[in-house]
Design a protein around this ligand. Structure first.
Ligand SMILES: NC(=O)c1ccc[n+]([C@@H]2O[C@H](COP(=O)([O-])OP(=O)(O)OC[C@H]3O[C@@H](n4cnc5c(N)ncnc54)[C@H](O)[C@@H]3O)[C@@H](O)[C@H]2O)c1
Ligand SMILES: O=P(O)(O)OC[C@@H](O)[C@@H](O)[C@H](O)[C@H](O)CO
Length: 481
């Protein structure tokens, strides 16, 4: 039997949330939070999910009547916590590529009040080819059209604006989305009164999300479905820990009262410090760890932190080279970092390094490079472990270890560039490693700046590349321990 509303009974709520993205993270996080609020009778609203790109899971979601099973597992205050629940906050999904009118119709619903999104770090951008007519390629393009449709339908009613809470892991996500919408209004030459309505009667919140969600447990799904007694093609697994920091005026909290129940949702005036702490320590550690640990022969985050050498490498990287670059009180940073390391050790979830590796070049730029640059500025010396991670990343993007393919996932031009470079130089010339280091480090499209201008960086990266290549990661790591 497949999971559907025949499998369990659910309550029907008014559709109050439009959500762009049907991915694992939103289903394990925002949709779960809304499900919890519904269970406690403090929200009473359901979610319409919009598939942001042509390929996606909305048809599967509809086949399951919006239902899916969420496993949350972790350790809280020393106790093991484990829950398995069917989440019922999604009413339906819409694929705007096949049902654009249904999508626009939702703008006419007077109960709609919230927009939530997670379209990955690449989703919030200005697409120059987006036009008002037809379907827009980008998420901001689709949303602008939807908001305009709403504005026109309700004749500019100031009470029909939306509360917009993007979850993309980019700095000041709400401000960025708003700025792109305003630019599109100008490009599409929409009326000034619409612009005024967007600015004054819609609330764009900057938010920061935190929950480790490895996603669909592909390798254990048969066993899981057997235990559940039904087939669920949208099972999600995540850690128990969760935090949603929302920068918003106090009236938003009244409308989205998640903080009233046992949920870690914080409304704040400024989310900057939360974001910097999380992105630099947790995501920075993930991104620094992946190439080193993968080349060492490990495949999950837990196995990595439990390994003596790699565990020490990542702990030292956090405490010696990331934390000293942050300006929050040290005790607070140490506590956060220790908690992160405990979360990485979570024995109940399998977080594959290869899934974190997705788009590692842009992740290194936003999540690790700021620590490396601040360290150099503060101490006038190179942070060896972060540089080692950069060299490992360049080596990882060779795409194979001793003939075994690494299933890299990044922009196809980036992958082709690395592959050509490694094929051209191999270890055939004496200065191959320096040429490879120099070519990659000077590419401003990757890092925004020319990294070869940093004293000694190119040479140190080339040196690490050579020892990783000639001696293997098991030996090379000793260089920085
Ligand atoms: N998985 C986690 O542990 C976790 C935790 C916190 C934050 N996040 C953030 O969530 C994002 C998504 O993670 P996920 O695990 O849900 O991945 P996923 O692959 O399950 O979902 C990705 C979603 O993004 C959409 N998408 C992809 N490219 C897009 C584009 N160019 N434009 C518009 N939409 C696009 C897809 O349609 C899909 O809905 C990550 O990029 C990450 O920044 C993830
Ligand atoms: O989801 P990504 O691909 O942006 O990044 C991989 C991980 O670092 C990330 O998912 C963390 O687990 C998450 O940000 C924790 O809140």
């Amino acid at each position: 039997m497949n999971l559907s509303k025949e499998t369990i009974s659910t309550t029907k709520y008014k559709e109050r949330v439009l959500q762009f993205g049907e991915g694992n993270f939103l289903r394990a996080f925002a949709d779960w939070i809304i499900h919890k609020m519904n269970q406690d009778d403090i929200f009473n609203g359901s979610i319409v999910v919009v598939q942001p790109i042509e390929e996606g899971l909305v048809s599967t979601l509809n086949e399951q009547n919006g239902l899916y099973t969420l496993f949350l597992q972790g350790i809280n205050e020393g106790k093991q916590i484990s829950s398995c629940e069917v989440i019922s906050s999604i009413s339906r999904g819409i694929n705007p590529y096949t049902d654009y009118n249904d999508y626009l119709e939702t703008a006419k619903n007077k109960d709609m009040r919230f927009i939530i999104s997670n379209t990955t770090e690449s989703g919030i951008y200005l697409e120059p080819e987006d036009e008002y007519a037809g379907i827009q390629k980008s998420f901001p393009g689709k949303l602008t059209k939807w908001l305009h449709h709403r504005f026109k339908h309700f004749e500019g009613d100031i009470n029909k604006g939306m509360i917009i809470m993007p979850c993309e892991l980019i700095n000041r996500n709400g401000d960025k989305l708003k700025q792109i919408i305003l630019e599109l209004i100008d490009i599409w030459k929409l009326e000034d009164s619409f612009k005024e309505w967007i600015i004054n009667h819609n609330e764009f919140c900057n938010t920061l999300v935190d929950r480790i969600v490895p996603g669909y447990p592909r390798d254990r799904i048969e066993e899981i479905n057997k235990k559940l007694g039904y087939i669920d093609r949208l099972v999600v697994e995540g850690e128990y820990f969760h935090l949603w920091v929302i920068e918003a005026p106090s009236w938003v909290k009244k409308e989205f009262p998640a903080d009233l129940i046992n949920l870690n949702v914080k409304f704040v005036n400024d989310m900057t410090l939360y974001r910097t702490r999380k992105v630099r320590i947790l995501n920075g550690a993930h991104t620094s760890l992946v190439p080193v640990s993968y080349l060492y022969g490990l495949r999950t985050v837990r196995d990595s932190v439990m390994d003596e050498s790699i565990g020490q490498y990542i702990t030292d990287t956090i405490f010696d080279e990331i934390i000293p670059t942050l300006s929050l009180p040290k005790a607070e940073l140490d506590n956060f970092a220790n908690a992160v390391i405990d979360r990485f050790k979570n024995p109940y979830i399998q977080h594959y390094l290869i899934s974190i590796a997705l788009n590692s070049i842009s992740k290194y730029k936003t999540r690790v490079l700021p620590s490396l640059l601040s360290y150099i500025e503060d101490k006038n010396e190179l942070p060896q472990k972060l540089v080692f991670s950069l060299a490992s990343l360049i080596y990882f993007y060779k795409g194979n270890i001793d003939g075994e393919i690494i299933p890299l996932n990044d922009d196809k031009d980036i992958l082709a560039n690395f592959s050509n470079l490694w094929n051209t130089y191999k270890a055939s010339q004496e200065d191959s490693y320096e040429i490879i280091a120099s070519t990659i480090l000077s590419n401003k499209a990757y890092w925004d700046i020319d990294l070869t201008r940093i004293n000694g960086l190119k040479e140190l990266v080339a040196y690490y590349l050579e020892i990783i290549d000639r001696q293997g990661m098991q030996e090379a790591i000793k260089e920085v321990l």
